[in-house]
Design a protein around this ligand. Sequence first.
Ligand code: ZN
Ligand code: ZN
Length: 100
Amino acid sequence: MTMCPKHKRIKSRKTIQAVRKSYCEYCGRQATGEPHHMFTVGSGGGDVEYNLIQLCTCCHVAVHAGNIQRDDLLAIVAEREGLSVDEVYRLNRRAMGWDV
Ligand SMILES: [Zn+2]
Ligand SMILES: [Zn+2]
């Protein structure tokens, strides 16, 4: 019997598709590609609505370069989800298994 290794990370295509938009949620320009994970998958961030934001290429590069702060993105997502920034923080930290 051969072992079938399980993928460590489960990518939720469905959630990513649901969050995906044709415009950048930061600047409103046309956007392509996958949404950005505000809390990186590497750090335990999940494929969940409150961790994903659609960005255009320019903003995406700016975020990864540190020119756009994560707090700014959290505020946008909080408004979209109808939550406070604190709540979005807490939901993400909980999803990452951190004590909040
Ligand atoms: Zn943008
Ligand atoms: Zn990104």
